[in-house]
Design a protein around this ligand. Structure first.
Ligand SMILES: NC(=O)c1ccc[n+]([C@@H]2O[C@H](COP(=O)([O-])OP(=O)(O)OC[C@H]3O[C@@H](n4cnc5c(N)ncnc54)[C@H](OP(=O)(O)O)[C@@H]3O)[C@@H](O)[C@H]2O)c1
Length: 196
């Protein structure tokens, strides 16, 4: 989510949550989210990541391998050579109905995504970015794996501050890790109450 659009998205998300929850009635919403954030919840800049730390990349691979990953079209473009992630079922959100990418299932709307996800156990589904998609799908997640970096480089895309969203609680936090002077922790947030 771009900073200038934050309040616009907040309003949109409130409307979306009501509509989305109604649509989801009867369907579980315990998907997961995985993200790396800066100290002020930045997640990216110029369609790239802010940190590329091998321990965090291993953590991401360990948690998502063999699972279903859901991402926005910008995030797919930001991956090496714009290619989907190996050893995972890749689902990409794009409004481009003509879009076809090898090894990727394209969904053109949230209802289309939710219909597609009915074929999978929601606990095996991981929302992997970026800003727009995290913000839209957060209401459908019950668990968030968040790598928190203790630095705030310039960002243009953010995750909503989950510490300020009612219903979420920090369930686990690793010891502080360090790479090249950069400190970070692996956190797991959970919903105290189910999303629906
Ligand atoms: N720190 C992290 O862990 C992390 C993880 C992932 C990404 N990122 C960063 O996040 C940034 C990218 O995020 P972003 O917010 O710009 O883009 P994004 O969320 O990856 O993708 C946005 C795109 O998704 C599609 N989309 C959005 N809403 C849709 C809907 N309702 N139905 C169908 N398609 C929809 C549109 O694609 P079309 O334009 O094709 O219609 C839109 O342009 C990058 O900087 C990336 O490095 C960070």
């Amino acid at each position: 989510m771009k900073e200038a659009n934050r309040s616009f998205f907040h309003l949109n998300i409130c409307a979306f949550r009501k509509e989305g929850f109604a649509r989801l009635k009867g369907m579980e919403s315990n998907m997961n989210l995985i993200v790396a954030v800066t100290a002020n919840w930045g997640i990216g800049c110029e369609n790239d990541l802010l940190f590329k730390i091998s321990e965090d990349q291993r953590h991401f691979r360990r948690i998502t391998t063999g699972k279903v990953v859901v991402m926005g079209h910008n995030t797919l473009k930001s991956l090496p050579n714009g290619k989907p992630l190996k050893n995972r079922t890749n689902i990409v959100l794009s409004r481009d109905t003509a879009l076809e990418i090898d090894g990727v299932m394209v969904c053109n709307s949230i209802p289309h995504l939710l219909e597609t996800l009915k074929a999978h156990n929601p606990a095996d589904v991981f929302v992997i970015g970026g800003g727009v998609i995290y913000t839209m799908l957060l209401p459908y997640c019950n668990k968030a794996y968040i790598t928190k970096f203790q630095a705030s480089p310039l960002a243009d895309t953010y995750l909503p501050n989950i510490d300020e969203i009612p219903g979420w609680t920090l369930a686990e936090e690793s010891e502080v890790k360090e790479f090249d002077g950069l400190k970070f922790t692996f956190c797991v947030y959970e919903r105290v109450k189910p999303a629906i």
